[in-house]
Ligand binder design. Structure first.
Ligand code: MG
Ligand code: ZN
Length: 563
């Protein structure tokens, strides 16, 4: 049986699509001033940049949702709390020095007047997130969600249909590389493929979208506009909050090569950046200049090509339309769960949480999966092995869901989850668990009234329920994430794996900062609705995590953190 959405190791890696875009004009300049522009000597007449992509990223998303629910929070410093950390905060709080992933204690020291709102219950964020995607569907069906607060839009068709009629004359928002975007752009020679006009029009569309989101939903966001996903995302980060930045092919290398670390490229994770550093590759420019043959020797043909491409801004990965989540799960991490009573209590809580969302979703799951992570004994000390997760799964009898009283569903599922756990843990001997994940998958399609059905993708086929024979399947016991796969996953069809990796990293961040209690018993609760093609929630605040993971991992390696 093919089990999609396994946490790691068995992903279906999609190959880059050779749809011809992603080339770049290889000319960069040091000065961004229009007057100094120095144009490519040879401009191709082929369509080098056929796609037009917009990346939309909500500003401090959870904080905004809370401010919309309670406008009195708008002008006071506001932090959103999960366990003992601030997961995000509004701009008044940032002005006083509060940052994402700061401990509550540190945040309160920095800003005694900080108002804290619990962000443990994601329901309102999820609702707003779907409203946003629903709004974006007005512009294109090609929308890819990335977490709750980011969306890629492939607006190529819309742009092509409008560009001849509208012939736009100016860019909206910032233009990367041009210091004053009001400057006379007449000297800016256009790429021969016509992308200049298309990207200009897309910048106007992005402005329209952002105005619309604000008028309809009261929410502000940033946008990046370019000709592939990588560049749209990187461009959008240039001016924040509530701003937008357009990147023309001419300025691609200038932007990429201004990035001080390969980690600034979304999808280059800690493992890969570490391997690159061994080769003296620190910045994106180092990577760009590095000998291709040596890179192939080190990483193999495919990954070397991927790295070279990305250092030059070449990204062919399509915007993948998302469908309904293919799994709904919840997990928690623990300092040390070592008796069956505590485990039963935790499983009860997790199943309860996931079932609430299954009821909301409206479809019945056919498979239950339990994943655990054990501590391992190293030099007589218990050490978390972050790469070591173990799972068991079994079919769910559909008779459970026939009972209209949804409160009856929990007991048989908790029992089933415990029986799965017993297959992985011999509870008659000492054991130490640091994580439990409860996941429902293989959903049966029903006529749900849920908003998410609106996003039904052609690939979310109903699955058959014939397979009722009880079985268990061992998945990914001690699977390490390959960095090579990890980086590609970001831009491939399935970013899930990478986000799982980052998910672990956020916990490591907590440890590094010595956040006692971050792991509660504990850790940071993570809810997820994942999809073959995208992941709806794991990336709550990935941009920050990207910055922090590096150090935390080093810490774990050097200090061999002890429980
Ligand atoms: Mg955001
Ligand atoms: Zn072009």
């Amino acid at each position: 049986m093919d089990f999609e959405d396994s946490d790691e190791g068995d992903e279906d890696w999609s190959k880059p699509v050779n749809d011809g875009d992603g080339s770049f004009c290889s000319n960069t300049r040091n000065s961004p001033k229009v007057s100094d522009l120095n144009f490519p000597k040879k401009i191709s007449t082929d369509i080098e940049h056929p796609r037009t992509i917009i990346h939309i990223d909500m500003d401090c998303f959870y904080a905004q949702v809370e401010m919309i629910r309670n406008p009195s929070l708008r002008h006071v410093p506001l932090g959103i709390q999960q366990k003992h950390i601030i997961v995000t905060c509004n701009y008044p709080a940032r002005a006083i020095g509060v940052t994402k992933l700061m401990t509550i204690k540190d945040a309160k020291t920095k800003c005694p007047s900080l108002i804290m709102v619990s962000g443990e219950d994601l329901t309102e964020y999820r609702k707003m997130s779907y409203k946003i995607s629903e709004y974006l569907l007005k512009y294109t069906k090609k929308i890819e969600r990335l977490g709750f607060d980011e969306n890629f839009l492939d607006v190529s068709e819309l742009v092509n249909s409008r560009v001849s009629k509208e012939s736009p004359s100016q860019f909206s928002g910032h233009l990367y590389g041009i210091q004053d975007n009001k400057a006379d752009l007449s000297g800016l020679k256009q790429c021969g493929c016509g992308c200049y006009q298309r990207i200009m029009l897309a910048s106007n569309i992005a402005q329209e979208i952002r105005d619309g989101l604000y008028n309809d939903l009261g929410i502000t966001c940033c946008a990046g506009i370019s000709y592939n996903k990588l560049l749209a995302k990187l461009a959008g980060e240039k001016h924040k909050p509530n701003k937008q930045t357009t990147l023309l092919p001419e300025f691609t290398l200038q932007l990429l090569h201004s990035l001080p670390s390969t980690r600034n490229i979304p999808g280059i994770g800690y493992g890969m950046s570490k391997r690159l550093r061994v080769l003296d590759i620190d910045s994106v420019l180092d990577l760009y200049n590095y000998n291709q043959e040596k890179l192939i020797t080190e990483f193999g043909q495919q990954t070397a090509k991927f790295l070279k491409d990305i250092s030059a801004g070449i990204d062919h990965t399509p915007v993948v339309r998302y469908g309904l989540p293919q799994s709904i799960s919840d997990e928690d991490s623990y300092r040390d769960l070592n008796n069956i009573k505590d485990i039963e209590k935790e499983i009860d809580i997790l199943v309860d949480n996931v079932l609430k969302r299954v009821v909301e979703d409206g479809r019945n799951p056919q498979t239950l999966r339990v994943t655990i992570r054990k501590s391992i004994l190293k030099d007589d000390k218990l050490v978390i092995d972050y790469g070591n997760r173990e799972s068991r799964q079994c079919p769910l009898s559909q008779t459970i869901f026939n009972n209209k009283d949804t409160s009856t569903w929990k007991t048989p599922i908790v029992e089933l989850a415990i029986s799965l756990l017993n297959k992985m843990v011999d509870v008659t001997k000492p054991f130490h668990l640091t994580l439990i994940n409860i996941c429902f998958t293989k959903f049966l399609k029903t006529c749900s009234k849920d908003i998410s059905t609106f996003f039904s993708s052609p690939n979310s086929k109903p699955t058959n329920s014939e397979n009722d024979e009880f079985f268990t399947q061992r998945t990914s016991s001690s699977t390490k994430i390959s960095p090579a796969k990890g980086i590609e996953s970001f831009f491939a069809n399935n970013p899930t794996l990478n986000f799982h990796k980052e998910k672990r990293d956020i916990k490591a961040v907590g440890r590094q900062n010595g956040m006692v209690g971050f792991f509660k018993n504990g850790g940071k609760r993570k809810e997820s609705e994942s999809n073959k093609n995208n992941d709806d929630s794991k990336r709550a605040k990935l941009d920050t995590i990207f910055l922090l993971t590096h150090q935390s991992h080093q810490f774990l390696i050097h200090q061999n953190y002890k429980i």
